[in-house]
Design a protein around this ligand. Structure first.
Ligand code: ADP
Ligand code: ADP
Length: 223
């Protein structure tokens, strides 16, 4: 079982609801999160990633409140924040080894996993180059790799394709199709084509509220 249940989720910043009474039930698969700037996408994802706590409502993982699961839940998450910045003075492999250590992987396990991920995101050839010398797209791929280090059951990607050129976006779509089907993947984007083939469902939010959740076809029909 791999299930997230979001119940009456509300997050208030200074009297303004960034998220308001959101109810969702998510199983394994890719979910695209769409909505205009300021809709509350990052706020929603930060709560799932336990970066910030809900003002009211709750999030259940397999029926248990993530607050009570604590580290047990955190260990299952991979998160790419919107403002992700790899430590620039690290080489790609060094950085991922460092992140693997933070996530508690043993050295041998870390080496194997990091090598796998460098290949998956197409950075194996440049693994010993400084991240500071990478293009924006390559840096983002480092970010995606670090989010995948612990084989997350829940993968949260906040605008993973923002600012990427079409070639990098195509690479991302391909990457997405290679992420395990046993994972709940939630990714926000402004670009519908990023998700129309990969996402099993699209979630639309506006002014902090859930507007729609459905397949791409259902969303189009409702417009
Ligand atoms: P987006 O690019 O998704 O529209 P925003 O510009 O709304 O993001 O916010 C970027 C980040 O800045 C947010 O993740 C949030 O943590 C922070 N932020 C946004 N608005 C405020 C605010 N009014 N006060 C403090 N921090 C804010
Ligand atoms: P999105 O990711 O869809 O652009 P956000 O979740 O970043 O939207 O922001 C939703 C609303 O909450 C915005 O009005 C933003 O300014 C506000 N907000 C986000 N983070 C903060 C924060 N840390 N403090 C105050 N207001 C915030």
């Amino acid at each position: 079982m791999n299930n997230l249940e979001i119940k009456n989720l509300t997050k208030t910043y200074k009297h303004k609801n960034a998220n308001e009474d959101i109810n969702l039930n998510l199983d394994s698969g890719v979910y695209g999160l769409l909505g205009p700037n300021g809709a509350g996408k990052s706020t929603f994802m930060k709560q799932l990633a336990t970066i910030t706590t809900p003002s009211s409502g709750k999030i259940l993982y397999n029926g248990k409140d993530i607050k009570s699961l604590d580290d047990e839940y955190r260990d299952l998450i991979g998160y790419l924040p919107q403002d992700f910045d790899a430590y620039k003075n690290f080489k790609a492999k060094e950085f991922l080894m460092y992140m693997a250590a933070l996530k508690g992987l043993k050295k041998d396990e870390a080496k194997k996993r990091v090598e796998e991920l460098l290949k998956l995101v197409g950075l194996y050839e440049v693994r010993n180059k400084l991240v500071s010398k990478f293009s924006g797209g390559m840096k983002r791929r480092v970010g995606i790799a670090q989010a995948l280090i612990n084989n997350p059951k829940i993968l949260i990607l906040d605008e993973p394709t923002a600012g990427l050129d079409p070639q990098e976006r195509a690479r991302f779509r391909n990457l997405l199709s290679n992420i395990g089907t046993e994972t709940i993947v939630i990714l926000s984007t402004h670009i519908i084509s990023d998700i129309e083939s990969a996402a099993k469902e699209t979630i639309m939010i506006k002014d902090g509220k859930l507007l729609l959740k459905g397949t791409h076809k259902e969303i189009l029909e409702s417009m």
